[in-house]
Write a protein that binds this ligand. Sequence first.
Ligand SMILES: C[S@@+](CC[C@H](N)C(=O)[O-])C[C@H]1O[C@@H](n2cnc3c(N)ncnc32)[C@H](O)[C@@H]1O
Length: 236
Amino acid sequence: MTLGSTTTTQHAYGEPAYWDSRYRQDPGPFDWYQKYKTLAPLLDLYIRRSHRVLLVGCGNSTLGEGMVGDGYQDVVNIDISSVVVEAMQQKYQGRPEMKYIKMDVRDMNGFESSSFDAVIDKGTLDSLMCGHDAQPNAKKMLEEIGRILKDKGVYILITYGDPSYRLRLLKDLRLWTINMHVIDRMEKTPELRSWELTAPLPINEDGSSVSALLGGNPEVHYIYVCTKDDSLRKHQ
Ligand SMILES: C[S@@+](CC[C@H](N)C(=O)[O-])C[C@H]1O[C@@H](n2cnc3c(N)ncnc32)[C@H](O)[C@@H]1O
């Protein structure tokens, strides 16, 4: 499933009311793009089990449960939809390690600056980019993520957006250095996968090196691993 395929749905995906109504009708669980199992080798590469991790726009995805089940000790989930947050709190009643908070990713003042080692975003920047004021909202979201990450912490963005749509937005903030990974859209057995998930692709200034390597309409999701680097801001 892809976010933003038509104008009507583009608008809807950017509206919190759309998500409340969707989660009321369809309690899930549902994972956009990829599940924990397929992403696990990449997360293992960048995140330690002791790290404090934030899943932004968690929905009713099983990613948090997968990570906690695999030994990640401090995973916090946030979403703007009170419907889904209450449902997840109910689902994991009696399991204090499953943490769900209603919060807007554009305004995370409930979290201190430099308090997370990693932030994972699977489809949330994409959904903001479908709504009204897409660019300013995306900028607010990314600046907030930059604020709550520790220096050398990672923002892992899993998206359908290729570098021509996402790279400039990420780079202009001068918050982080970027590694690029890709993963096949369809679940394939490891022997049949076209791309090695844990091997970063070479990425030049405008990202054209990635498109050149992948060819036209590649059936992949893009994963931008943004490592916060405080020295980039000092040099502005
Ligand atoms: C495409 S869904 C992805 C859900 C989940 N991450 C997954 O991978 O299955 C986008 C999610 O972002 C949430 N969301 C949208 N705008 C948000 C905002 N401003 N702050 C926090 N969450 C938001 C929606 O409620 C929805 O759960």
